[in-house]
Design a protein around this ligand. Structure first.
Ligand SMILES: *[C@@H]1O[C@H](CO)[C@@H](O)[C@H](O)[C@H]1NC(C)=O
Ligand SMILES: *[C@@H]1O[C@H](CO)[C@@H](O)[C@H](O)[C@H]1NC(C)=O
Ligand SMILES: *[C@@H]1O[C@H](CO)[C@@H](O)[C@H](O)[C@H]1NC(C)=O
Ligand SMILES: *[C@@H]1O[C@H](CO)[C@@H](O)[C@H](O)[C@H]1NC(C)=O
Ligand SMILES: *[C@@H]1O[C@H](CO)[C@@H](O)[C@H](O)[C@H]1NC(C)=O
Ligand SMILES: *[C@@H]1O[C@H](CO)[C@@H](O)[C@H](O)[C@H]1NC(C)=O
Ligand SMILES: *[C@@H]1O[C@H](CO)[C@@H](O)[C@H](O)[C@H]1NC(C)=O
Ligand SMILES: *[C@@H]1O[C@H](CO)[C@@H](O)[C@H](O)[C@H]1NC(C)=O
Length: 608
């Protein structure tokens, strides 16, 4: 019984052995493995890597599916040498010294899906080289020395989906170069020395979904650079040290979901070129010298979820910067120059999941309390923010403190306006008044001035807010009279102080009252808070001048000039011009209360 089984088993094994031997024999007779190659019959792979081959070996088994010819010293691909390999799916010729590819070199490879020619010495690809590759899906010609893509180079590759052409020296892409690439989805033109976007050539690629550029030699992306790429979803531009601006319509025609422009020289977020990209989800502007993200201007990007601006020069993200972005969930602004990040920049801080804020000179005050309160839910990407400006908290990161002690450490001081004594100024029409508003608080409060109608005043116009927080009313008019309000506010609150201005009208008979400003006229009439100073020239003088008429007034002035010219010449001080400023009557009365629209008229008299 046992013996019987053993014999039976032996027979079985013997039969199996014979069968296996026979299989090996038949496959070996059918598929001689070429010298310097290793054959893997199960997957029909031929590995001829590192075989010192100078040409493609002859007599390759016809049913080969994968052919690896990498790391050889093949210099030339001659015509139709792969003709018999009709089942080949993958051909890898990377890391050779290919210089010449003849026309129809790949002819016959009717099943080929992948062709790799990376890291060779190709300078040019002749038209027709890819003839016959009707099923090819991926072509890798990166890291060669290709200078130009000629017209119709890829015309036979109707099934091609990916081209990797990174690390070439491309300087020109001919207009019809991409003709025929109807299935192309992804194009990498990294590290090219192109000095223009190949707009014409790209118009052929109507199915393109992802476009990568590296090292474009441009300083501005021109209008309509990517027109006809309506299906493009992902645009990636990097390492363009000269690229400073995107023209207003440069991204016109695109409907992107992802835009990356990194390691370039943009100094501002390209709000206008971006604003029509309402499907944009991902925006990366890292490593650009961008200093501000302004309020509201990104509001059109309704679906934006991620903004990356790592390694920039950001000084401030203005309140309302991400207003309208209801799906915003990641902000990465690590390695910038931000002193704070207020909740007011977000549409809603509740949607935020990830925050990169490390490596910024953060002022640790109450403005960052929200980060602390959310520190357990926020993903800091492994780098929590740290305090750098507070001696007490120096070097500590936000995870080091307990919930209880933080509010006492991250504090702000409410603003206080220092000069609180009532400021009441009475001036005659035409004078200039400056009101001061000195403040203190932590963080330093921002100062706004409201006019008697409680509208904020701007830094331009006749009535304007100076950069040091003072309010200047030039050539005061009766209708400027009223109560102005200085408001100082910071994250901790606000403080306000009213001042009042009363402007006395000229007697009604006067026309264009003059105020002469220059070396010979009044000293600057800025009465300041303590009321008008006495002027050396009485305003009445001007009234007289106005009433006696212009002609005679000017002639008197001219006589005066001439006199003074001689006088100053004799003293060696020569001044050739005099500026005369005046406020015409008509504009005074039409000037409403706000008064910051009228500019004074001026003219300059030239002395000999
Ligand atoms: C091909 O052969 C080379 C050299 O022997 C070896 O390093 C490489 O791993 C092989 N490739 C495959 C896919 O087997
Ligand atoms: C392309 O740019 C690289 C780096 O700037 C340079 O070394 C190379 O010479 C350029 N090639 C051509 C063809 O201009
Ligand atoms: C980047 O832009 C700045 C001005 O915005 C300019 O001074 C600088 O030279 C530019 N850098 C390069 C590499 O062009
Ligand atoms: C680009 O288009 C914008 C908006 O139409 C226009 O203002 C700008 O002048 C154009 N720029 C160029 C270089 O044509
Ligand atoms: C833009 O792309 C989105 C999806 O990415 C798509 O839903 C929308 O229809 C596209 N709009 C146009 C005008 O093609
Ligand atoms: C921000 O970007 C830096 C650099 O790419 C990365 O190390 C960090 O993890 C990112 N932070 C977040 C929150 O994604
Ligand atoms: C603010 O600037 C104006 C003009 O530059 C000057 O007249 C005024 O004295 C300044 N105010 C303060 C408080 O320094
Ligand atoms: C000043 O603070 C009060 C509450 O303290 C607030 O109601 C008011 O709106 C604030 N005013 C301004 C101009 O911020």
């Amino acid at each position: 019984m046992f013996v019987g089984i053993a014999v039976h088993e032996r027979l079985c094994w013997g039969a199996l052995y014979l069968l296996a031997a026979g299989l090996v024999l038949t496959s070996e007779t059918r598929r001689p493995c070429p010298h310097s190659c290793r054959c893997n019959t199960s997957v029909l792979e031929l590995n001829c890597s590192y075989g010192q081959l100078t040409t493609v070996p002859d007599g390759l088994p016809q049913d080969t599916k994968l052919l690896n010819l990498t790391h050889n010293i093949i210099k030339t691909l001659v015509r139709q040498q792969f003709q018999t390999l009709t089942h080949l799916l993958d051909l890898d010729l990377s890391d050779n010294i290919l210089v010449i590819i003849e026309v129809e070199a790949f002819f016959g490879l009717q099943s080929l899906l992948t062709l790799r020619l990376a890291r060779n010495h190709l300078k040019i690809i002749p038209v027709g080289a890819f003839a016959g590759l009707t099923k090819l899906q991926l072509l890798d010609i990166s890291d060669n020395k290709i200078l130009v893509f000629l017209d119709f180079t890829f015309r036979d590759l109707a099934a091609l989906q990916f081209i990797k052409a990174a690390e070439n020296d491309l300087v020109f892409i001919s207009h019809q170069a991409f003709t025929g690439l109807t299935s192309l989805q992804e194009l990498h033109l990294d590290a090219c020395n192109l000095t223009a976007v190949p707009t014409e050539a790209l118009t052929q690629l109507s199915g393109l979904r992802s476009l990568h550029f590296h090292q474009l030699g441009l300083n501005s992306l021109p209008n309509y650079s990517f027109r006809h790429l309506a299906r493009l979803k992902e645009l990636f531009i990097s390492h363009c040290p000269w690229l400073e601006t995107l023209s207003g319509n440069s991204l016109f025609g695109l409907n992107l979901t992802s835009l990356t422009i990194i390691h370039c020289n943009l100094s501002d977020v390209p709000y206008i070129p971006l604003h029509h990209l309402v499907y944009l989800v991902y925006l990366d502007l890292s490593f650009n010298p961008i200093t501000y993200i302004h309020g509201i201007l990104l509001g059109d990007l309704l679906r934006l979820q991620e903004l990356h601006l790592v390694g920039g020069s950001l000084l401030r993200i203005e309140l309302g910067a991400f207003k309208g972005l209801a799906r915003f969930r990641l902000l990465n602004v690590s390695r910038n120059l931000l002193t704070t990040l207020e909740t007011g920049v977000f549409h809603s801080v509740d949607t935020l999941e990830s925050l990169g804020l490390d490596n910024n000179p953060l002022a640790c005050d109450c403005r960052l309390l929200w980060v602390v309160h959310r520190r357990l839910y926020l993903d800091f990407g492994g780098y929590p923010p740290t305090c750098t400006t507070s001696a007490q908290l120096q070097g500590w990161d936000f995870l080091d403190f307990s919930e209880a002690e933080l509010p006492a450490l991250l504090t702000c001081r409410q603003p206080r306006i220092l000069n609180r004594q009532p400021q009441e100024v009475r001036v005659d029409q035409g004078h200039t008044v400056v009101f001061y508003c000195n403040t203190e608080g932590d963080p330093l409060p921002s100062v706004t001035w409201l006019n008697p109608q409680l509208r904020p005043l701007s830094p331009i116009g006749r009535i304007r807010v100076l950069s040091n927080g003072s309010l200047e009313v030039r050539y005061a008019q009766p209708q400027d009279s009223g109560k102005y309000l200085c408001v100082a506010s910071n994250a901790a609150g606000n403080d306000s102080v009213p001042v009042s201005l009363h402007v006395r009208r000229f007697p009604s008979s006067s026309k264009n009252p003059f105020r002469l400003k220059s070396w010979f006229a009044f000293p600057s009439a800025s009465p300041g808070v303590n009321g008008p100073q006495k002027l050396p020239f009485d305003v009445k003088t001007l009234l007289i001048a106005a009433t006696i008429g212009f002609t005679s007034f000017f002639s008197s002035v001219s006589v005066c000039f001439i006199f003074m010219l001689f006088w100053s010449k004799s003293k060696g001080q020569i001044k050739h011009t005099a500026t005369i400023a005046y406020v015409p009557r008509s504009t005074m009365s039409s000037n409403g209360g706000t008064g910051n629209s009228t500019e004074t008229s001026r003219f300059t008299m030239k002395l000999i």
